[in-house]
Design a protein around this ligand. Structure first.
Ligand code: DI6
Ligand code: FE
Length: 401
């Protein structure tokens, strides 16, 4: 955080307040101590004596927020990808010990230092495109010590890089080999041991689960949610990705921050999410990589006014993609979101999906997480993607190098 008052001038500003971009042409943003003190037109700006950054006619947006990632993993699943393209089925691969289980083995075998080392370049790739806040889930450890290792790696990365990290405990991602065919016992173990221990260690900002026919049932998810709620930990849910399990209605009942994926969400689920203010996090990278054909119910989400966010879902199995800008593009091309909806999905609504009210918009009092782009038309952000288009980026008021 820099104490010197700073100004960015000669820019258009997508404040992301109101319904669309909330555009301010020929604008100025001032900030001090990491907090925005003025956003508005240049002519109405207060006198300023500190440094001025010339935005060269570009666009300012809030720093981008990737609100759903599984960024910390070891190993690669490129071999499985190749096997599938040579004709092996997902079931063949799973039967041979592949899939999530393969990533769990590799992640368990890695040391904390190794996990940090393999994750750092992934984080840098996202940051190079303007990400200033990222959510990182566990879920490839599936034991107390290995879930701790994943979350600790995420926290350590936040210390080393100019980015804010929110950690989510996703111990209920898959069944570990120790609990083969005993999912209820594993949920008991999460509720009695993994969750309270890691919460006490301060490693858990939110709790998530994979509620799916091939994941955990509604009853198991609810048991976990009740335990997390009792500890005052916010909830998120992987819901209705491959089938409709009514996970979103359960999540809404527990006032979850977000439900994520949602290709198979129905109207009752949309209505429940609208009533609880739960954000719909859409993940076009997984949709694309799995060659999914069922589209999330965009018209219903709009009709009921459910806030929509977009994220990378970065993970080795279903979304091995490290570009949030690509997700903006896919949000439009694959899900038919407007460019305004796409940008809201990685700023104001992504902040909401993480329960963060201090970022995601450019307005007085918000954190000075700011991207300055080399173009002035906000639609460019959805139209194309590249790390070369970011002119400058401030994280908590500090210009990132
Ligand atoms: N949904 C997914 O698509 C990923 N996890 C989840 O809950 C899959 C993760 C993997 O295959 O490694
Ligand atoms: Fe995911």
């Amino acid at each position: 955080m820099s104490n010197q008052p700073q100004r960015i001038s000669n820019v258009s500003i997508a404040t992301m307040t109101g319904d669309g971009y909330g555009l301010v042409p020929d604008g100025v943003v001032d900030f001090a101590d990491g907090t925005i003190t003025y956003v508005g037109s240049r002519v109405a700006a207060p006198k300023h004596h500190g440094a001025v950054f010339d935005g060269a006619g570009g666009l300012l947006t809030p720093g981008l927020i990737d609100c759903h990632t599984h960024l910390v993993w070891a190993g690669s699943r490129a071999d499985e990808f190749s096997q599938r393209l040579h004709g092996a089925s997902y079931a063949d691969i799973a039967a041979a010990g592949g899939g999530i289980a393969a990533t769990v083995r590799a992640t368990r075998a890695a040391t904390l230092a190794e996990l940090i080392a393999v994750t750092e370049p992934r984080l840098q790739a996202l940051m190079a495109e303007g990400v200033t806040t990222i959510e990182i889930k566990s879920g490839y450890g599936l034991s107390l010590s290995d879930e701790r290792k994943q979350l600790s790696a995420a926290r350590a990365l936040a210390e080393r890089a100019a980015v804010s990290v929110q950690t989510t405990l996703l111990a209920a991602h898959a069944l570990p080999p120790e609990f083969k065919q005993r999912p209820d016992d594993y949920i008991d173990h999460i509720v009695q041991v993994i969750l309270p221990t890691l919460v006490a260690e301060g490693l858990v900002d939110a709790v998530d689960a994979f509620c799916e026919s091939i994941g955990f049932s509604i009853a198991q998810t609810e048991q976990l949610f009740a335990a997390a709620k009792a500890l005052d930990i916010p909830l998120k849910l992987h819901a209705e990705q491959l089938s409709n399990q009514q996970g979103s209605a359960l999540a809404a009942r527990y006032q979850a921050l977000s439900c994520d994926h949602l290709e198979y969400l129905d109207e009752a689920g949309v209505r429940a999410m609208a009533a609880s203010g739960t954000v719909a996090v859409l993940l076009p990278g997984a949709f694309y990589f799995l060659r999914e054909t069922q589209l999330p119910p965009l018209a219903l989400l709009r009709e009921y006014g459910v806030p929509i966010a977009l994220a990378t879902d970065a993970n080795p199995g279903t979304s091995p993609l490290l570009s949030l800008q690509l997700m903006l593009n896919m949000g439009a091309t694959l899900f038919h979101l407007t460019p305004e909806e796409c940008l809201r999905g990685v700023t104001v609504n992504a902040a909401k999906a993480l329960g963060l009210s201090d970022r995601g918009q450019l307005k007085v009092g918000q954190r000075a997480d700011i991207c300055c782009w080399k173009f002035s038309d906000a639609a460019e952000l959805t139209y194309s993607f590249s790390s070369q288009r970011l002119a400058a980026c401030w994280h908590h008021g500090v210009l990132r190098q």
